[in-house]
Design a protein around this ligand. Structure first.
Ligand SMILES: NC(=O)C1=CN([C@@H]2O[C@H](COP(=O)(O)OP(=O)(O)OC[C@H]3O[C@@H](n4cnc5c(N)ncnc54)[C@H](OP(=O)(O)O)[C@@H]3O)[C@@H](O)[C@H]2O)C=CC1
Ligand SMILES: CC(=O)[C@@H](O)[C@H](O)COP(=O)(O)O
Ligand SMILES: [Mn+2]
Length: 377
């Protein structure tokens, strides 16, 4: 029986992880953490009866209702919970750069980090990967494209190039000259995936694809020029690899995050997810070039790959800009401008530890907030 901890159990990935665990045998949830969604968290605690639970802030009512659960509070509490629970696997399903803090702790106390929180890699880079090596902890990517690449890169010679696909997001066919008029509702109306708010906005700006090429750079040690990106409008093709003999292998499948989540848990085996049996006839397979005029954020990400401080700023500025767009203070078009200006004002440096990563993140957020004020409606 594998002991599982889920950080971010109340989110899109977290709830799908619980769906997968219901279908699988020999996995037991021993620890769960949420942010503020106490009503959903209470239902999850009822169903999965973990020994440990953590929330960003205390909730006495929950404590009374679950006297046998040991509760922890705050980001520190989530770290402490992982330390005490010592899960075999930690599923990192929290969103944002805060995930790096949890990932670093999970690596110390779990044999496997099932990593959906791509921000951990974008902000942590080599620091995260080197710590995983020191602790002999596996990092299995949950992000659909990186799960696909992880699978494609097994059992063959190393491909010359790799590629990941992008759906193009909710605004992919929206007239460019009217992009500033879009509403939050337009942006959240994703044509393919059902995801959390931030990543759905990031899909429309292609900041998400920018984060993902950085993620692929560190996970699979490919240079920017060898990490290609294409639009696949039905997201049936998640990724592919290109060999020196001209052979191309594709990873195709239903665009459903429960599949890469399940794989991160069952690897190196595969679960028999019966309701996912697929036929190649289910999907039309097509790839298109990406128009960087529509998605300047992806071009910007390509320019900063391998510069840790600018990668941290790319993510931090996006978190700040997306929050302000969602809360109606800035237009959709301002998101990119805020990221671009913030990155310009951050020095190109390589932080030597987590404290320095945090300091760059805090500085980038401060700069981004100043840039928001310049763009506010
Ligand atoms: N959703 C998807 O299909 C995909 C997501 N990912 C990645 O997975 C991660 C999660 O995304 P997604 O599930 O969409 O996000 P959601 O916004 O749906 O969920 C985020 C989760 O994190 C919790 N949370 C938020 N802030 C904190 C914090 N400071 N400390 C602890 N927990 C916190 C939330 O708690 P609460 O809601 O209780 O406040 C919630 O449980 C992201 O890094 C995303 O990029 C990658 C590929 C696909
Ligand atoms: C499901 C998943 O992995 C997301 O990261 C998805 O890829 C987002 O959509 P885009 O491909 O449009 O960024
Ligand atoms: Mn992805």
């Amino acid at each position: 029986m594998k002991k599982i901890a889920i950080v971010g159990s109340t989110g899109s990935i977290g709830t799908q992880t619980l769906e997968v665990i219901r279908k699988l045998d020999n996995f037991r949830v021993v620890a769960m953490a949420c942010g503020h969604n106490f009503s959903l968290f209470e239902r999850q605690l009822h169903e999965f009866s973990p020994e440990y639970a953590a929330m960003l802030e205390p909730n006495r009512e929950l404590e009374v209702n679950f006297p046998s659960v040991k509760f922890f509070y705050g980001a520190e509490g989530i770290e402490e919970m992982l330390e005490i629970a010592k899960p075999d696997y930690t599923v990192l399903a929290a969103s944002g750069a805060i995930g790096l803090r949890y990932s670093l702790k999970a690596i110390e106390h779990s044999k496997r980090l099932c990593l959906a929180n791509k921000e951990s890699i974008v902000c942590g880079g080599k620091l995260l990967l080197e710590k995983a090596k020191r602790y002999s902890a596996e990092i299995i990517p949950v992000d659909s494209e990186h799960s696909a690449l992880f699978q494609l890169l097994r059992g063959d010679v190393r491909p010359e190039k790799i590629f990941i696909t992008a759906s193009g997001g909710a605004l992919r066919d929206y007239p460019l000259d009217r992009i500033n008029e879009v509403t939050l509702k337009d942006v959240l109306n994703h044509p393919v995936w059902s995801m959390g708010v931030r990543i759905t906005v990031d899909s429309a700006t292609m900041v998400n694809k920018g984060l993902e090429i950085i993620e692929a750079h560190y996970l699979f040690s490919y240079d920017e020029k060898d990490i290609l990106t294409y639009v696949c409008k039905n997201s049936a093709i998640h990724a592919g690899v290109i060999y020196s003999d001209g052979t191309i292998k594709l990873h195709i499948g239903k665009p459903d995050m429960r599949i890469p989540i399940a794989y991160s848990l069952t690897y190196p085996q595969r679960a028999a997810l019966k309701d996912f049996t697929a036929s190649p006839l289910d999907y039309s397979l097509s790839l298109e070039e990406i128009d960087y005029r529509r998605y300047p954020a992806l071009k910007l990400a390509r320019e900063i790959i391998g510069i840790p401080s600018k990668q941290i700023a790319f993510n931090a500025a996006d978190e700040i800009a997306v929050k302000n767009f969602v809360e109606g203070r800035i237009s959709f078009g301002s998101i990119y401008r805020i990221i671009e200006k913030t990155i310009e004002r951050i020095e190109p440096i390589s932080p030597k530890d987590f404290e320095e990563v945090q300091a760059i993140d805090v500085l980038a957020r401060k700069i981004a907030q100043e840039e928001v004020r310049k763009c506010s409606r």
